[in-house]
Design a protein around this ligand. Sequence first.
Ligand code: G3I
Length: 378
Amino acid sequence: MKRNNWIFFLPLVLFSCSGPKNLTGEKELPSLKKMFQQDFHIGAALSAPQIQQKDSATNRLIQKQFGSITAENIMKCEVIHPEWNRYSFELADQFVDYGRKNRMFIVGHTLIWHSQLSPFVQKIKNRDSMQLFMENHIRTIVSRYKGKVNGWDVVNEALNEDGTYRKSIFYELLGEDFIITAFRLAQEADPGAALYYNDYNIEQPKKRAGAIAIIKKLQAAGVRVDGVGIQGHWRSYKVPLQDIEESIRDFAALGVKVHFTELDLGVLPNPWDSDAADVNMKAEYSAKMNPYAGGLPDSVATQQAGSYGELFRLFLKYKDEIDRVTFWGVHDGQSWLNGWPIRGRTNYPLLFDRKLQPKPAFFKVTETKTNPSSRKSF
Ligand code: G3I
């Protein structure tokens, strides 16, 4: 061995002693998508500016941490299909190109949802026109991204809290079979894309029963359904771990994969003590309802970190049934929970803060991989 060969081994020694460091000697942050790559995809919902890579630091964070992306808003009807005969694909094309360039698992959100509909859809009054809308909408969008979008949230939020069907415009005009129609159309337009039913609170027993009935109905009709999306808009101080565990088991028993599609753990009080994520629910602002406007107290950050840790320990326990865990946003400053259900609050639901720095929750999540003994409780 030549005299100075040791120098080639130095990086290895440094790495194994203290984790990788960058050129300035700072310890590098681990990458979630790499840490969990044998387990499930780690994803994030992206806003329009993020898709357009407006901020380079955010862009670097996204590319390093997330292996899957969902469009937070720009594939919804009001954006992508504003008029009967007009589609607006500019942002959606950019989103799909971004995901492909970075070899990400791309999720299309969402084809059939009662909210954020274009005005022309809200005016549809009869069955035939609604059927025609669904055919045009699903065929046009899904076939445009055939072979590029990996999975679609085909139907979003079709259920009420008690497990009955939401009386959406689709349900009112087409009856409960609108779900079968939507999945069949998506399957025909891209037989290779995975198809999901996505909803919030479906870990709760009554609503879960409704979701199970939908999946069974699709299966009985011979229509493919590959996964169920549990959104995961929970409060950090009240994560329903037992319901989540039972749901993973129940859904997996149907032969579908489980996706956690919109994960965020808000820290603020909820006016109705509820985990509903219905965008139409609104409440009045008061200072009492916005307690952390000046910053997140350590005690709350620690509590939230513990909840994220418990959740990821559960996810790892069921990694064979879970395909993806997607956060609903990249950093706290961008979260929808700053504006819902009360406008103008300061919430802290994600793993990265407003300066793109990892929070204690980030490290609790990575600890579930680096310190397997912390998993013993499950
Ligand atoms: O695009 C307009 C912009 O032109 C306008 O200037 C601005 C003024 O308010 O509004 C912009 O639209 C907003 C849109 O987000 C894009 O930023 C809407 O007001 C706002 O209501 C909308 O909120 C989105 C919400 O869905 C609406 O349905 C949230 O960002 C988005 O995170 C949220 O996502 C949903 C999932 O799709 C389904 N599950 C629940 C989840 C949370 O509600």
